[in-house]
Write a protein that binds this ligand. Structure first.
Ligand code: FAD
Ligand code: NAD
Length: 471
């Protein structure tokens, strides 16, 4: 058995673990990084990267059939599904070197390609190496949750870990789960020429504001995706190419099945009990991301049990670097963390939703909307579907939701404003290039000031007075 003593041992080389490793090593800490499977974790191999690459393929196919309003004769896209998957894998291969073992060894990090498990409160074993560390970071991510639905274990099904390797084009893809994974994959497959039925036990895109989700769901339905809500999958039967899902709201048949019903945090291999680390479905941590029961251990990203996003894992990594390396107090907040679902139109959000703002601030919460249809660039591009909605309290934005083209890009202004506690005036004072979609942000900010300036008797009185006196 080898023995290593180190400053920081990071368990999991995905979005969060790699960020802690790179930051800590480059600031002079001795770092050991454990990875039992693929460098880069879910995001690179089975998540963000392949899903956005497949969505991009679907967008190309869709554009070929929708040029008529622009004077471009629509053509039936000839989709080679397997070649679309080649594109997905070439995107992964292009990004992979950034997350590679060689690159991280180049930072002076000892990378061990084994799963790690705690053997005491200060030691982890990975293969035939025992690592004693002053601090541990659990960054083990999550995997698809597969619910105990009757018959599921008897039929072939895909998850996010297998769908990007599927080479035969599904004639009819059944998607169980109408969250971000389900909806992104449903639209990509529909645009690549598959029939698609989404079976959702509650409401599709249920974590988002219903008004904004409706914008996306309407478009998905218009594109021919069947979305059945309040339909909890109860029994699954059939065989390859012929799958039947019985739900509380009807029975649905398809050729392939994708399970997208949520995630299970990867804690089973960690022997958390040996490390004195409390957990429920994730590691129990405080705002400081330290285990509530073993203060030498941090958990970040999906393993910390909150929101599940790559940028959140990266944000957590920054907090751990500050706390573990410099001993500075640092606390994780969620009020400024944005998210986006990359359907077309996209749906993005940061801060409080309208309902949350009204619950928190009552009548003092103000809500301002601005439609894409009144943005000149959106009109020119034929992308007039959607709206922005901004929640304001005492002159400062406390939340923003955008459903429409490029929403994931456009939310960044509000993410910055909310993260820095800026006033609405900071947005209204910003001059943006014309014509851009980003002007919807400024128009929403202006909507806040319009009644204060144009409907105010006091402003009218002052202007009248000044006009009398200036030469
Ligand atoms: C289909 C899909 C699409 C997504 N799209 C987006 C998106 O567009 N934008 C976004 O922000 N987020 C997206 N996400 C979420 C995002 O991928 C995750 O939130 C993010 O990867 C979490 O980072 P992490 O560091 O916590 O875990 P991961 O990146 O998953 O890394 C965990 C690593 O730990 C390793 N590991 C596990 N146990 C052990 C152990 N005992 N010892 C050693 N190694 C271990 C795993 O093998 C893995 O490599 C998507 C997820 C999915 C599934
Ligand atoms: N664009 C992005 O940032 C992005 C994209 C994909 C995934 N992700 C991350 O991954 C996480 C997981 O995504 P997800 O879509 O798997 O999970 P989710 O929890 O967001 O959605 C799962 C859905 O499945 C439904 N469901 C559960 N059991 C069911 C059953 N028996 N029958 C029918 N429906 C059922 C739930 O009601 C829920 O709406 C997300 O929360 C997100 O954080 C992010």
């Amino acid at each position: 058995m080898n023995k290593i003593k180190t400053d920081i041992c990071i368990i999991g080389a995905g979005s969060g673990g790699l960020s802690v490793a790179a930051g800590a090593a480059q600031m002079g800490a001795k770092v050991v990084l454990l990875e039992g499977h693929k460098m880069g974790g879910d995001c690179l191999n089975y998540g963000c990267v392949p899903s956005k690459a497949l969505i991009a393929a679907g967008k190309h196919a869709y554009a070929m059939g929708t040029g008529a309003p622009f004077g471009v004769t629509p053509a039936d896209a000839q989709v080679n599904y397997s070649a679309a998957k080649d594109h997905v894998h070439s995107v992964i291969a292009t990004i992979e070197p950034h997350d590679s073992q060689e690159r991280f060894e180049g930072f002076g990090i000892e990378v061990i390609r084994e799963f790690g498990e705690f053997i005491s409160e200060t030691e982890v074993q990975a293969g035939d190496t025992i690592i004693e560390a002053r601090r541990f970071v659990i960054a083990t991510g999550s995997k698809p949750f597969v619910p105990p639905i009757s018959g599921l274990d008897q039929v072939p099904y895909e998850t996010n870990e297998t769908i990007f390797d599927l080479r035969e084009k599904p004639d009819h893809l059944l998607v169980i789960g109408g969250g971000p994974i389900g909806m992104e994959m449903a639209q990509a497959h529909r645009r690549l020429g598959c029939e698609v039925t989404v079976i959702e036990g509650a409401k599709a895109m249920g974590k988002d504001d219903p008004e904004m989700a409706a914008v996306v769901l309407n478009r998905l339905r218009e594109e021919g995706i069947t979305i059945v809500e309040d339909a909890s999958a109860e029994e699954i039967s059939g065989s390859a190419g012929d799958i039947t899902v019985k739900t509380s709201n009807g029975t649905f048949k398809g050729s392939h099945l994708l399970m997208a019903v949520g995630r299970k945090v990867n804690i089973d291999k960690l022997n958390l009990a040996a490390g004195g680390i409390d957990h429920d479905r994730a590691v129990k941590v405080g705002d400081d991301l330290k285990s509530v029961s073993n203060r030498k251990v941090y958990a970040i990203g999906d393993a910390a049990g909150g929101m599940q996003f790559t940028h959140l894992a990266g944000y957590h990594a920054g907090i751990v670097v500050r706390s573990a390396l410099f001993g500075l107090p640092a606390k994780a907040k969620t009020s400024h963390i944005p998210w986006a679902t990359y359907t077309d139109p996209e749906l993005a959000h940061v801060g409080l939703t309208e309902a949350e703002a009204k619950e928190k601030f009552g009548d003092k919460a103000e809500v301002f909307r601005f439609p894409y249809a009144e943005n000149d660039r959106a009109v020119a591009e034929g992308k007039t579907t959607g709206l922005i909605k901004v929640m304001v309290h005492k002159g400062r934005p406390v939340g923003a939701s955008i459903a429409g083209a490029q929403a994931g890009e456009l939310i960044s202004m509000w993410a910055m404003a909310i993260a820095n506690n800026q006033k609405m005036s900071a947005l209204a004072n910003t001059v943006l290039p014309y014509p851009t979609l980003a002007e919807i942000n400024k128009r929403a900010a202006s909507a806040y000031f319009t009644p204060k300036l144009f409907d105010s008797p006091r402003v009218k009185q002052i202007v009248g007075f000044v006009q009398k006196w200036i030469p």
